[in-house]
Design a protein around this ligand. Structure first.
Ligand code: MN
Length: 397
C-alpha cells in the first residue's frame, strides 16, 4: 500500500510511462576492485537481465582486453531483446572496437571537469570539444546508436557543460548522460542539474550515479522526477568504490513508489542478485533492500503476529514479486503466534501447553544466542512432546 504522501507528491510530477534501464553490471559493475566475470558468466547475467526486461545492457569496455572484447561480442551476438551497448572513450579506435563487437550502440565518454582536464587528461576545453565532435560523428557515420557521457559532469561548470552537450547533440548523439562519477550529488541538486540540461538540449537524458554518500538510487530517481528518461544501474549496486545505483532498488521504487512499470519481470530479481553475488564474490548484506536475506524476515512477536494476519502490515512489497520468500525466524523476540504457525507447519497440534513450553525454550535459546534453525526447532518440539507426562527431560538440560 502506497503512502498517501507519496501518492500526492507523485501526482504533482510529470512522470513518464517508461524509464529505460541501461544496466552496467557487466561494465561498471565489473570494474569493482577484484571482480572479473568470465565471458560465460557475462552471458548468463545478460540473459537474466534480458528476462527481467532491461532495455539496454552495457556489456563491457572492449578495448580493455582481448577477453573483454570477446565477451562483449558474445553478448552482442546472442540475439537478446535488449539492445547491447559498450563503452568507448572519445577515440575512433574505441568506436572501431565496438563496431568489431557488433554492438547496437556505444556510450562514449570524456571527462569535462576542470579537475579531470588538468590532472588526468591534460587537455584544453577546445581539445575536449573536438574529440567529442569527432567521435560522435564517426560513430554515427558507422551506424551506431550513440549516447554521450560527460564524465564528472556534476562537478563541471555549466557554461562549459552547455557547449559539451550541444556539441554532442549537433554531431548526432541520440542521448546525453548526466554523470555523477564520484557520487557527490543530493536529490535537490540532481533535479536542478537535469532541469538545466533539458533547457539546453533536445535529447533524452540518462543518469549514471555513484553511491559514495549512499544516494545513488535517490539521485537517479530525483532525475526522473524532472524528466530524465534513462537510469544506469548495476545488480546489487556493485561498481567502482561504493558502487552504483542498485538495479533491484531502482526497479522496485519505480514500480511501487512512482507507479512506473513498463512490465519488468521482477520475479527474476532474487536469482539475478544471487548469480551476480556468486560470480563477483561480493556478498549481499543481509539488510540490503529488496534482495537481502533479511528483507522479508520477521522475528519480533509483534511483527510476526501482524504479518501472519496481513503481510502488508510490515511488508511494503510482496516477497514473491521479487522472487523472495517470507521467513519467520525464531529467537528471543518470538511470540506465541509464530510458534503456533511453526507447529502447524510441522503437523503438530498447537495445544496451549505445548506452545507455551516451546516458546519458553526458544526464548531461552535466543537469550543464549543460539540460532533457532528449523532443525533446532524440530528438536525442541520433539523434546517437549517427549517430556509430556515425563518429569525427567534428558533432552533439554
Ligand atoms: Mn561509473
Amino acid at each position: 500500500m502506497q503512502s498517501p504522501y507519496v501518492r500526492e507528491a507523485v501526482r504533482e510530477m510529470n512522470l513518464p510511462d517508461e524509464v529505460i534501464i541501461y544496466d552496467t553490471t557487466l561494465r561498471d559493475g565489473e570494474q569493482t576492485p577484484g571482480v572479473s566475470f568470465t565471458p560465460e558468466q557475462k552471458l548468463e547475467i545478460a540473459h537474466l537481465l534480458d528476462e527481467l526486461g532491461v532495455q539496454q545492457i552495457e556489456a563491457g569496455f572492449p578495448v580493455v582486453s582481448e577477453g573483454e572484447w570477446g565477451a562483449v561480442r558474445m553478448v552482442a551476438s546472442e540475439g537478446l531483446d535488449a539492445d547491447v551497448l559498450c563503452l568507448a572513450r572519445t577515440l575512433r579506435g574505441d568506436v572501431d572496437a565496438a563496431l568489431d563487437c557488433d554492438v547496437d550502440g556505444v556510450i562514449t565518454f570524456i571527462a569535462t571537469s576542470e579537475l579531470h582536464l588538468k590532472y588526468k587528461l591534460r587537455m584544453s576545453r577546445e581539445e575536449v570539444l573536438e574529440r567529442i565532435a569527432d567521435t560522435v560523428e564517426y560513430a554515427k557515420d558507422h551506424g551506431l546508436w550513440v549516447a554521450f557521457s560527460a564524465e564528472d559532469g556534476t562537478r563541471t561548470e555549466f557554461e562549459f557543460l552547455k557547449r559539451v552537450y550541444r556539441t554532442a547533440e549537433e554531431c548526432g548523439a541520440d542521448r546525453v548522460h548526466a554523470t555523477d562519477t564520484v557520487g557527490v550529488m543530493i536529490p535537490a541538486a540532481m533535479r536542478l542539474f537535469v532541469t538545466k540540461i533539458r533547457e539546453i538540449v533536445n535529447l533524452p537524458i540518462g543518469v549514471h550515479c555513484h553511491d559514495d554518500f549512499g544516494m545513488a538510487v535517490a539521485n537517479s530517481l530525483a532525475a526522473v522526477e524532472v524528466g530524465a528518461q534513462a537510469i544506469s544501474t548495476t545488480v546489487n549496486g556493485i561498481g567502482e568504490r561504493a558502487g552504483n545505483a542498485a538495479l533491484e532498488e531502482v526497479i522496485m521504487a519505480l514500480k511501487k513508489l512512482y507507479g512506473i512499470d513498463p512490465g519488468f519481470n521482477t520475479e527474476v530479481l532474487a536469482e539475478l542478485s544471487r548469480k551476480v553475488s556468486e560470480y563477483s564474490g561480493i556478498d549481499v548484506p543481509p539488510n540490503k533492500a529488496v534482495v537481502g536475506e533479511n528483507a522479508f524476515r520477521h522475528e519480533s512477536g509483534i511483527h510476526v503476529a501482524a504479518v501472519l494476519e496481513e503481510p502488508r502490515t510490515y511488508e511494503p512489497m510482496d516477497p514473491n514479486e521479487v522472487g523472495m520468500d517470507r521467513k519467520i525466524v525464531l529467537g528471543k523476540h518470538t511470540g506465541r503466534k509464530a510458534v503456533v504457525a511453526k507447529l502447524e507447519e510441522l503437523g503438530v497440534e498447537p495445544e496451549e501447553e505445548i506452545v507455551e513450553e516451546v516458546l519458553r525454550r526458544i526464548k531461552a535459546l535466543g537469550d543464549r544466542r543460539v540460532r533457532v534453525t528449523d532443525s533446532k526447532l524440530e528438536e525442541v518440539v520433539r523434546n517437549v512432546l517427549g517430556s509430556r507426562g515425563d518429569r525427567d527431560d534428558p533432552g533439554n538440560r
